[in-house]
Write a protein of this length. Structure first.
Length: 240
């Protein structure tokens, strides 16, 4: 580079640099004051629709829901010699669940075919169907009916319904959770809701197992049969 420069050539270059610097500063200021087009569009977009309730919260839309026997399972665990537990299930559960506009209007009407008992041991199942236990020849159906529910905590609800089994009817509290509705139901198909419920009882209060209860239960005072039910039920109201 040479020490001597033509001032007439340098002046225009300085002016151009100053102009570019001024333009750059103006662009920076404008960027800070206003978001870019994508950000501005996002901030001006209408709010998204509220997401569907999470499973386990609230109650389904009011209506009558018919239980699907193919996707409903009633399990039980019965104390065996105090410390053991024999598990089984009933393979046919039918009925309806009514979701009302308020908790007092909610109702349950369930029927269980007792002859479908299954503990995976055929000889034991035949004994349970006999007159020492369920006596299905006289009492082929077990029912649970109730109206009105009350909130416990979180997603848990309670119904004080009546269980009729082996010719005896008693109040058995049923605790349940509404798990939610199917999200992939096509328009025109019935809305499907899912529930999980639990209960506990003493078999002797229903005159079950008198032949074996002393050996099976000893002096046990707490409930000796635990029940768990998973239900899928279809509303008469189709999805939109």
């Amino acid at each position: 580079m040479t020490a001597n420069r033509n001032p007439r050539r340098i002046a225009p270059q300085l002016l151009a640099c100053c102009a570019l610097a001024t333009l750059f500063c103006a662009l920076v200021a404008a960027f800070r004051a206003h978001p870019v087009a994508g950000q501005q569009a996002a901030s001006m977009a209408p709010p998204m629709a509220a997401p569907m309730k999470m499973a386990g919260s609230g109650l389904p839309a009011p209506g009558v829901y018919t239980i699907d026997p193919a996707h409903t399972f009633a399990y039980f665990g019965a104390r065996h010699h105090v410390v053991g537990l024999v598990r089984g299930r009933f393979d046919k559960v039918t009925g309806t669940l009514t979701a009302g506009p308020d908790p007092a209007a909610c109702a349950v009407d369930i029927q269980i075919d007792v002859s479908t008992i299954d503990t995976q041991i055929a000889k034991r199942d035949e004994d349970l169907r006999g007159d020492a236990y369920f006596d299905v020849a006289k009492f082929p159906t077990m029912t649970y009916q109730g109206r009105g529910i009350h909130h416990l905590s979180g997603s848990k609800w309670m119904m004080d319904g009546t269980l009729t089994m082996h010719g005896v009817t008693k109040t058995v509290p049923l605790m349940f959770t509404f798990n939610g509705v199917f999200s992939d139901t096509k328009p025109g198909e019935p809305i499907r809701a899912a529930f999980h419920a639990t209960a506990a009882l003493k078999r002797a209060e229903f005159s079950l197992g008198a032949r074996d209860n002393l050996d099976e239960l000893g002096t046990l005072q707490s409930p000796d049969v635990m029940i768990e039910i998973d239900v899928e039920a279809d509303s008469a109201m189709p999805a939109h």
